[in-house]
Design a protein around this ligand. Structure first.
Ligand code: MSP
Length: 744
């Protein structure tokens, strides 16, 4: 029976978690803390959705370090699997080249945003590959992995088997799943049903938020079947040790990063011994099943302690849909950073979105929060106080003297903020933590206004006024010190500037020495020499929104992410139909993505059949300039048979047809080519009712380079007779023809 972590790791106390422990308990802990982000797929460049999880982890890591806790913060990239292999192929380069460029994009962005990860793991690194093979071999040696074969529906977007008949559409990605048949290794997940339930029961803090816990528990209760943990129709992965025609299933490969990065399976596993089990795996809600069911089961099977907790964040939405590359509705972190700074982004994400829930991102809301809370709130308060200390006291903190009722009240409010901020933050309730801290910002502002140290009433003597100024400014400066110390993990750049202006030196150094551990009122001593005032959050005008919008419009209009010739390039997009050009982001193709990630798919049982692997879609090779010139020289009306042979025309059947929101002319089609399914966008919405197209056999140009319209990728072009002044007529057949048949 799996009772709790102590059964695995009796030597290490369950100290730093659960996250719901009070601040005093976790803060008084001089233990260690290991937290991780999900590792990001390198099939596309990072966007705000990815930055969100990483920023949350960075804030947690900064706070833990500032509390004097030895912290290890891991992030990285997930580089194997069919999705990456196909993206690389479409971009005309090797998976290695593709992955290296994109991993560089992620790492580069994290550095640019100042994120303080301790390690960045790539799943293509030897240290990881070795560790995955060690894990696989251990599971096999312990009798938890066996060989079988399976036919089922596979979603490449999820890199996951989806339950349902051929033609089933993935509820997350909205694309038709592929029928895949292969010989696989299976993991005996079914053996862990009871053990997992007991484990959840014994460790109520293991997963959160509550909605995730409920979904996971009911998923496990509904019965676990064994899962396939290898692929034999793909080579871009970690070879199964001893049977190299198989690669390890990408999710087992990916999950293992949390231990391989610590040296699991290597000669030097000191870090693994020191930091495992992880205190928090921070993940997006749609991958909770992998982290709360498969991962602990793999670990239990290998005799390794499961992580202490998994916490799922909600989705960042933009234009009503989950922000994602496939929907084309992304905003890049760089855009916000460039216009308002990284702190503004961090503050907005943590204040605006209650952790665990979905949250809307909009430039308007961002600027409103920025101006209200940062420019007019905290920034303005700091600037008023620092400037007055310079003006009235030559930049030296005066002696406050005895507290009056007003100071006692502010002091009590600051004590209350210290007491409430930590526990709320440690429960990942960042929004409430900040709300309570901003109450102290407002109280300090109100205290200043009520005592008006800049105004001397005629009845007050000079000496009395100087005393009041000293008391009020020293007290307000102390309140700012407390606010700044607490908010540091969330707005580290601004906090460092304020710390220096308060004459307290380098905040980064202070953080290294655990300055938050003993945070209490009264730390700013009289006689401290202030630094020079410097602006923190200049007010954002309307142009800031326009600038961010135009940066994103520009990016989505003119750039398609691609990797070519070994370097990431911005490739000019084929011109989109005129009315669509304005829109930077497409509304999701499928509006009803279920909120519950647990309903997306079920684990699968091995079946007997074995068939050919599906073929990957191949992007058309660009015509070499020389060949194009030759063709032109022959005259526009003639082409050679070789030229014609370059165009691959195939029979396809329409499985799904629907209008593209806000695009009058476009239909989004999912078509079946027999060996694969594709998404195609066609400008026929004015002439064909989508419902009437379903099931119809058509002809498509199947080797046309993919292009993007309204943020959606079109993989091919359908053929229609183009009648001058009339409606186009789709090409079709009178006799029955098999899907995928080539027209020559
Ligand atoms: N590679 C897997 C994770 C393996 S972890 C062992 C994966 N990668 S991903 O790139 O698709 O997503 C990585 C993380 O980014 C996920 O937690 C996902 O939820 C998060 N996000 C991607 N888009 C997001 C939003 N729009 N909003 C919030 N988080 C989002 O899944």
């Amino acid at each position: 029976m799996i009772a709790d972590h102590a059964a695995f790791f009796p030597a290490r106390e369950r100290n730093a978690l659960p996250m719901t422990e009070s601040t005093s308990k976790s803060e008084s802990n001089s233990g260690r803390f290991y937290l991780t982000t999900p590792i990001y797929y390198v099939n596309a460049r990072p966007h705000l959705g990815h930055a969100y999880s990483t920023i949350v982890c960075d804030a947690i890591a900064r706070r833990k370090r500032a509390l004097g806790i030895e912290t290890w913060f891991l992030t990285g990239t997930d580089e194997h699997g069919q999705k990456i292999e196909r993206s690389a192929k479409a971009a005309g380069c090797t998976p290695e080249e593709f992955a290296t460029k994109l991993a560089g994009e992620f790492r580069g962005l994290w550095d640019r945003l100042g994120l303080t990860y301790d390690d960045f793991i790539r799943t293509t690194e030897p240290r990881h590959i070795r560790g995955v093979q060690h894990l696989f071999a251990t599971l096999r040696d312990r009798g938890y992995i066996y060989k079988g074969s399976y036919t089922g529906q596979y979603c490449i977007g999820c890199e996951e088997w989806i339950e349902g008949p051929p033609g089933t559409v993935c509820p997350i990605h909205g694309i038709v799943t592929e029928t895949v048949s292969e010989e696989n290794y299976f993991f005996k997940l079914s053996a862990f049903e009871r053990k997992l339930l007991e484990f959840y029961e014994a460790n109520p803090e293991f997963m959160g938020p509550e909605s995730t816990r409920r979904e996971v528990v009911s998923f496990v209760r509904s019965g676990l079947k064994d899962v396939s943990v290898s692929r034999s129709t793909l080579s871009w992965g970690v070879p199964v040790p001893g049977d190299e025609k198989h690669v390890v299933y990408v999710w087992m490969d990916a999950l293992a990063n949390y231990i391989t990065a610590l040296g699991y399976g290597s000669d030097d596993d000191q870090k693994f011994k020191k930091f495992w089990p992880a205190d928090v795996h921070l993940i997006g809600k749609e991958i909770s099943r992998f982290h709360c069911v498969y991962w602990p089961a793999f670990l239990m099977a290998a005799g390794i302690a499961p992580p202490r907790s998994v916490r799922a964040n909600g989705w960042l939405l933009f234009d009503q849909g989950k922000m994602s590359k496939s929907r084309g509705n992304i905003v890049r972190a760089e855009t916000v950073q460039e216009v308002l700074g990284a702190d503004a982004l961090r503050y907005f994400l943590l204040r605006e979105i209650p952790f665990g829930q979905d949250g809307n991102f909009s430039f308007d809301a961002l600027v409103q929060r920025y101006n209200g809370d940062l420019a007019n709130g905290y920034g303005n308060l700091v600037s008023r106080v620092v400037n007055m200390v310079h003006k009235y006291f030559g930049g030296v903190v005066p002696e406050a003297g005895a507290e009056t009722q007003a100071e006692t009240a502010l002091h009590a409010n600051a004590d209350a903020a210290i007491a409430t901020f930590g526990p709320a933050f440690d429960e990942l309730n960042f929004s409430d933590a900040l709300k309570s801290l901003w109450a102290l910002v407002a109280e300090t502002d109100g205290y200043l206004t009520a005592n008006a140290p800049w105004k001397k009433p005629p009845e007050r003597s000079d000496a009395e006024h100087a005393k009041l100024q000293a008391r009020v400014l020293a007290t307000a400066a102390e309140a700012i010190r407390v606010i700044t110390a607490l908010v540091y993990p969330i707005v580290p750049d601004a906090a460092a500037k304020v710390w220096a202006q308060l004459g307290l030196g380098e905040l980064v150094d202070a953080a290294k020495h655990g300055f938050l551990k003993d945070l209490a009122w009264g730390g700013l001593k009289a006689g401290t020499k202030f630094g020079e005032p410097s602006p923190l959050f200049p007010r954002a005008e309307k142009e800031a929104i326009e600038r961010m919008q135009s940066l994103e419009d520009e990016n989505s209009r003119t750039a398609v992410e691609a990797v070519s010739g070994g370097s990431v390039v911005e490739e000019a997009k084929a011109p989109a139909p005129a009315p669509e050009k304005q829109e930077p982001a497409a509304v999701p193709a499928r509006p009803s993505v279920p909120k519950s990630p647990m309903t997306a798919a079920k684990p699968v049982a091995p079946l007997a059949a074995k068939a050919e692997a599906p073929t990957a879609p191949v992007a058309a090779a660009p015509v070499a300039p020389q060949a194009a010139t030759e063709a032109a020289a022959q005259g526009p009306q003639h082409i050679t048979i070789d030229d014609f042979a370059k165009v691959e025309l195939r029979v396809a059947q329409i499985l799904v047809a629907e209008r593209v929101p806000k695009a009058d002319k476009l239909l989004r089609l999912e078509v079946d080519l027999g060996t694969e399914k594709r998404q195609i966008l066609a400008g026929i919405a004015e002439y064909y009712e989508p419902e009437k197209l379903i099931g119809r056999k058509i002809v498509i140009v199947s080797n046309l380079a993919p292009r993007k319209m309204r943020g959606l990728e079109s993989n091919g072009m359908l053929l229609a007779a183009s009648l001058e002044g009339g409606a186009p007529v789709l090409a079709g057949f009178l006799e029955d023809v098999p899907l995928g048949a080539r027209l020559k």
